[in-house]
Design a binder for this molecule. Structure first.
Ligand code: CP3
Length: 345
């Protein structure tokens, strides 16, 4: 028997705790961004990282999907590379490409370029979350960070990579350098999460977007200890969501980080994930491409996911990865309304 949540409780936070919310909560990874015309207007003329450092703009962009879709949680508008840029790494987000690092990290000496993050390095984060406190009302804010493996891949490759070859080569050739780099990143990510929680974030998500590129053995040896460390700092304070793409073979290993909620991408049915992860709350997992499909198949897929989610201890509806830039906001709204209507208790 699950405990029923108090009537005034946020459905998102109730689901995070494994209690029974009055409806299945829904939010979307990358809900704030290029699919929204109001986002494009707000961002015009401001570079991505500059936008992340402008509290009024961060507050406005974080609120846009909450107003438009009525989602059950807001995700803080920032980026996984913000904390590494804040400790002095020369990194840029190139439109249509992603993060690009001026001098990639390859050696022992490179690791020394990463110092610890101090809350004073990211005053704009604390300030933006303060502004959001007034705007959000009862809607909880999710803070986030990139996991050490995913961040290290950008730093080592110098930019986005399909095969993460230089990263894997370094791990195996110089495990000492790898672990030194990843543990520094874990400390930075952990502190970035802590700053957000201290400022008012009610949950956090660790994005290990590219962890699916690792075998289970490599994940356990080279990534798991550092993701566990990154999440440990906020363990007693807020629910923690952990997500990766193409991680069907890693679900059990990833759940060992201690995160209370496992993000599931669209390749693994939620009822299968529930059987493999007893006691975990699940988040996911509509294929983001379905938002571009016609209404009938989109609604059918949405209903199938809410049904499969009932096999889990708790379910937070989301996409199986981020909103695609060509998504029609009306279709996302349709999904939010459908989930709410079909799961109201
Ligand atoms: O809406 C939200 O989810 C909140 C904000 C958010 C952004 N990035 C804003 C953003 C979040 C949670 C992220 C996380 C992030 N950033 C991840 C993990 C999530 C995932 O998708 O797997 C990763 C891998 C990054 C690195 C990154 N930043 C990429 C690959 C890109 C896309 C580059 C491009 O233009 O195609 C970015 C830029 C970025 N981060 C944008 C946004 C809204 C687009 C930049 C723009 O609008 O100019």
């Amino acid at each position: 028997m699950v405990n029923a949540a108090a009537p005034s409780e946020s459905p998102f936070l109730a689901a995070c705790r494994g209690e029974e919310p009055d409806r299945t909560p829904v939010w979307f990874m990358r809900q704030a961004g290029r699919s929204l015309p109001e986002y494009k207007r707000a961002r015009a003329g401001t570079a991505m990282l500059e936008a992340c450092r402008t509290p009024e703009l961060v507050c406005e962009i974080t609120m846009q999907p909450v107003r438009r879709y009525g989602v059950d949680a807001a995700i803080f508008f920032s980026d996984i590379v913000v904390p590494v840029a804040a400790v002095g790494v020369d990194i840029e987000i190139v439109p249509g490409v992603g993060p690009v690092v001026a001098e990639p990290f390859r050696t022992e000496d490179d690791v020394k370029r990463l110092r610890n993050l101090d809350p004073c390095d990211v005053p704009y984060v604390t300030e933006a979350i303060g502004l959001l406190g007034k705007e959000l009302g009862d809607t909880p804010l999710i803070g986030f960070a990139g996991a050490p493996f995913t961040l290290a891949s950008y730093l080592i490759e110098g930019g986005p990579s399909r095969d993460h070859a230089k990263t894997k080569a370094l791990m195996h050739s110089r495990p000492d350098v790898w672990h030194a780099l990843a543990s520094r990143l874990a400390a930075i990510c952990g502190e970035f999460l802590r700053v957000q929680v201290e400022a008012g974030a009610k949950a956090v998500q660790l994005f290990d977007s590219w962890a699916g590129a690792l075998s289970e053995a490599d994940y356990r040896e080279f990534a798991l200890p550092h993701s566990t460390a990154a999440l440990a700092g906020v363990a007693q304070s807020v629910p923690r969501i952990h997500f990766g793409v193409g991680t069907g073979h890693l679900l059990e290993a990833m759940s060992e980080t201690g995160a209370e909620i496992s993000g599931v991408d669209f390749r693994v049915p939620l009822d299968h994930a529930a059987a493999r992860l007893p006691g975990k709350v699940l988040q996911g997992n509509l294929d983001p491409a379905l938002i571009l499909a016609d209404e009938a198949p989109l609604l059918a897929a949405t209903d199938a996911i809410t049904a499969a989610g009932r096999a889990a201890k708790g379910h937070i509806f989301n996409l199986g990865h981020g909103v695609l830039p060509d998504s029609d906001p009306e279709k996302l709204k349709l999904v939010v309304d459908r989930v709410h209507e079909t799961t109201a208790r």
